[in-house]
Design a protein around this ligand. Structure first.
Ligand code: ATP
Ligand code: PRP
Ligand code: MG
Length: 282
C-alpha cells in the first residue's frame, strides 16, 4: 500500500504546533529538529519536514499529497491547492505598516516603496484596489527596511504587534488577510488515505475544543436541561436508580462550559461533571 505523503513545517512559527496536532492524532513525529523525513508505516503516512513557504508548491505540483502551511503563504504562492480546513493555530493578520502617525489610509500608498516577504499577496491586493506602488521583496526582518531607507512602508505578518512597536511603526488601512495554519491538498485531488488522516485531525481539533459533561437532573426538568446542552446528535439520557431522576452525558464546547454548569445548576441539575476528551471521531 502506498503511503500518504504529508508536508509539515520544519521551522518557524507553525512548526511545533503542527507536529503536536499530528502527534495527538496518533502519528509518529520526529524527535530531532534536523530530521527531514519520517516514515510512520503503521499509520500509512510519510512525513516531509519542509519550509512552510515551499509546502504549497510541493502540494500544488502533486509531489506531496497533503500539507500544513499558513493561509498567507498559500495565497502568496499562487499554487493550485485547496484549503481543506483551518487548524486553529498560527493565527496572524497581514497588514501594511509605516512610521507611527505618518499614514492613515490605503490611498496614500500610491507611488510609495513597499517592502515585504509576500510580494504575491501585496501585488494582488494593490492590483485589486487599483493602486500603483513599487513592491520590493525581502526575506525577513522587513520592519528595519524603513529605517534603512529601502522602503516607505512595509506589509508583513502581525501577531502581537510588538515587533512593529519596537521598530516605531504602526499598522494602517484594512487588514490585507487573516491567516492561520491550514490543511491543504492539490486542487481537485483527494489522495488515497486522506479521509482517515483528515478524520484524525478533525478528532484532535474537536477534542481540544469540546469537553464531556455529565449531570443528574429531575426528569421533569430534562427538556429544559437538554435545551441548554443539545450535543452533536443528541445527549445520552439514562434513568437514575433514584426515582424521577435522569443522568445525562453530552459533549459541550469548552468555551463557556463553566457558565453552562451554572445555568444547569439553576435548572436543577446536580452532580455536574466536566472531563476532557482525549481523542474522538464524530
Ligand atoms: N508571530 C509570527 N511570526 C511569524 N509568522 C507567524 C507568526 N504567527 C503566525 N505566523 C505564521 O507562520 C507562517 C510563517 O512561517 P515562517 O516559517 O516564515 O515562520 P517564521 O516564524 O517567520 O520563521 P522564520 O522567520 O524562522 O523563517 C505564516 O503563515 C505566518 O502567518
Ligand atoms: O506581531 P509580532 O508578535 O511581533 O510577530 C510578527 C513578527 O514575527 C515575524 O517575524 P520573524 O520572527 O518570523 O522574523 P522574520 O521577519 O525574519 O521572518 C513577522 O515577520 C513579524 O516580524
Ligand atoms: Mg519569519
Amino acid at each position: 500500500m502506498s503511503l500518504l505523503r504529508v508536508a509539515v513545517p520544519n521551522k518557524g512559527a507553525l512548526s511545533q504546533a503542527a507536529s503536536e496536532i499530528l502527534r495527538e492524532g496518533g502519528y509518529r513525529q520526529r524527535e530531532d529538529s534536523k530530521q527531514l523525513t519520517l516514515v510512520d508505516a503503521e499509520n500509512g503516512v510519510e512525513f516531509f519536514y519542509l519550509r512552510p513557504r515551499d509546502i504549497a508548491l510541493y502540494v500544488g505540483e502533486g509531489t506531496l499529497d497533503v500539507g500544513i502551511t499558513g493561509r498567507d503563504l498559500l495565497a502568496d504562492s499562487g499554487a493550485k491547492t485547496e484549503e481543506v480546513r483551518g487548524l486553529g493555530f498560527g493565527a496572524s493578520t497581514f497588514r501594511f505598516a509605516g512610521p507611527a502617525g505618518r499614514y492613515s489610509d490605503l490611498s496614500e500608498l500610491a507611488g510609495l516603496r513597499i517592502a515585504t516577504s509576500y510580494t504575491g499577496v501585496v501585488e494582488a491586493f494593490l492590483q485589486q484596489r487599483g493602486i500603483e506602488a513599487t513592491v520590493t521583496r525581502l526575506d525577513g526582518a522587513v520592519e528595519t527596511s524603513i529605517q534603512l531607507g529601502v522602503a516607505d512602508v512595509i506589509a508583513d505578518v502581525v501577531e502581537t504587534g510588538s515587533t512593529l512597536r519596537r521598530a516605531g511603526l504602526e499598522t494602517f488601512g484594512d487588514v490585507i488577510l487573516e491567516s492561520e495554519a491550514v490543511l491543504i491538498t492539490r486542487t481537485g485531488d483527494v489522495p488515497a488515505g486522506f479521509a482517515v488522516f483528515e478524520r484524525r485531525i478533525e478528532g484532535v481539533l474537536r477534542a481540544r475544543s469540546y469537553v464531556m459533561m455529565d449531570y443528574d437532573i429531575p426528569t421533569e426538568k430534562l427538556t429544559d436541561a437538554v435545551r441548554l446542552t443539545p450535543g452533536f446528535e443528541s445527549p445520552t439520557v439514562a434513568p437514575l436508580h433514584r426515582d424521577g431522576w435522569s443522568a445525562v452525558r453530552v459533549m459541550v464546547p469548552r468555551d463557556g462550559s463553566q457558565r453552562l454548569m451554572d445555568e444547569l445548576y439553576e435548572v436543577g441539575a446536580r452532580g455536574i461533571l466536566l472531563t476532557g476528551i482525549h481523542a474522538c471521531r464524530l
